[in-house]
Design a protein around this ligand. Structure first.
Ligand code: DAH
Length: 356
């Protein structure tokens, strides 16, 4: 056997191995092809076995040549393995490709409830007119909710408000209820600051209370315009010279700001509340738009009764002024054109999402 014959049979072996590796489309195919050449019964092993029949010299040169061929086959195998692994990786990357330029799936964007929007707006507008904002309990004592507001036990005026009483009495046997209006905040806020005001007056300084108190209120009532839970905002302005004229100007300016229009008028309709004298319902009429020409009731109001001022711990000769209590839900219905109050409290996302 001459040297070139040796070389050519081995180089054919190498290229045939490289061919079958190249044809292997998967790692499993490639391992099968490898067994044909490098396995225990493979072609290279067979050639090694054949060395035994050769002379020492031939063994040396033939053995070295087979080894070289074997290395070439192993190199081809390694290269093909890498190529298959690269292809697999590329395939995976392709399959799992993310288009980061696509618009993302939106998280349902939240928004404020229309009542909260109206509430914030009310605070902001009265704040700009110098009113503080006060906050108080929804479970209220009989004293603050009724008696201090000149609404004594067994007085028929109590039946103006159907009340949720709470199964709870304090040490003095005082009953509790869910507050039927925000008016108890008049007493709470004024008594909390009465001392400060009395001292200021004693020093000859001007002193006044100017506050709103928005919040939740409760009554046994349920229809398209009444809900057992609803919202009111109380207003109170007491000082040495605060008059009904100030009430009219304040409330008109509030309405113009709240509804963002000058095309509205107010009507003060005589009424009765135990804690005011005189008392008036405030009606609003828009001069344009869908509701134009109709009188809509938005608030109770009046000049604060001297007995109520006394119950605040203040001198009714020095502190005169007005109060009002308006339905926040009613204001929100008018502002947003909602015709059924219950929509506000049903939690229907199709309704609520319109206010985002
Ligand atoms: N608290 C009354 C109600 O809920 C409304 C009201 C009327 C409040 C007159 C006032 C007021 O402050 O002066 O029916």
């Amino acid at each position: 056997m001459n040297a070139s014959a040796v070389t050519s049979d081995l180089s054919e072996l190498v290229s045939s191995a490289a061919d079958s590796f190249a044809r292997a489309a998967t790692p499993a195919d490639l391992e099968n092809a490898k067994a044909l050449f490098l396995g225990k019964a493979g072609r290279v092993t067979e050639l090694m076995k054949g060395l035994g029949a050769l002379s020492i010299d031939e063994k040396k040169s033939r053995g070295a040549a087979i080894n070289q061929a074997k290395q070439a086959i192993e190199a081809a195998l390694g290269a093909r393995r890498q190529a298959l692994a690269d292809a697999e990786l590329a395939r995976q990357l392709q399959a799992e490709a993310l288009d980061v330029t696509l618009p993302g799936r939106q998280r349902g964007g939240g928004g404020l409830h229309p009542i909260s929007l109206a509430w914030e707006r009310i605070e902001q507008i009265f704040g700009s007119m110098g009113f503080d904002v006060a906050d108080g309990p929804e479970i209220e004592s009989d004293w603050f909710n009724f008696t201090a507001l000149n609404n004594p036990p067994n007085h028929p005026a109590r039946s103006m408000q159907d009340t949720f009483y709470v199964d709870l009495k304090d040490e003095q046997g005082q009953a509790y209820c869910l507050r039927t209006h925000t008016s108890p905040m008049q007493i709470r806020h004024a008594t909390a600051h009465a001392k400060k005001h009395a001292e200021a007056l004693a020093r000859g300084e001007m002193s006044e209370i100017r506050v709103i108190a928005p919040g939740r209120t409760y009554r046994v009532d349920n229809d398209a315009t009444h809900s057992p839970m609803f919202h009111q905002v109380e207003g109170l302005w007491l000082g040495e010279n605060v008059s009904f004229k100030d009430l009219k100007v304040t409330y008109l300016n509030f309405c113009k700001a709240f509804f963002e229009t000058d095309e509205l008028i107010l009507r003060f309709r005589p009424s009765y509340f135990p804690f005011t004298e005189p008392s008036a319902e405030i009606d609003i009429q828009f001069q344009s738009g869908l509701l134009a020409g109709r009188w809509l009731e938005v608030s109770g109001s009046g000049q604060v009764h001297p007995q109520v001022v006394r119950n605040m711990g203040l001198d009714p000769e020095r502190f005169i002024g007005f109060a009002f209590g308006s339905g926040i839900d009613r204001l929100a219905m008018l502002r947003y054109g909602v015709n059924d109050l219950r929509l506000f409290f049903e939690g229907d996302i199709r309704f609520l999402s319109q206010f985002r």
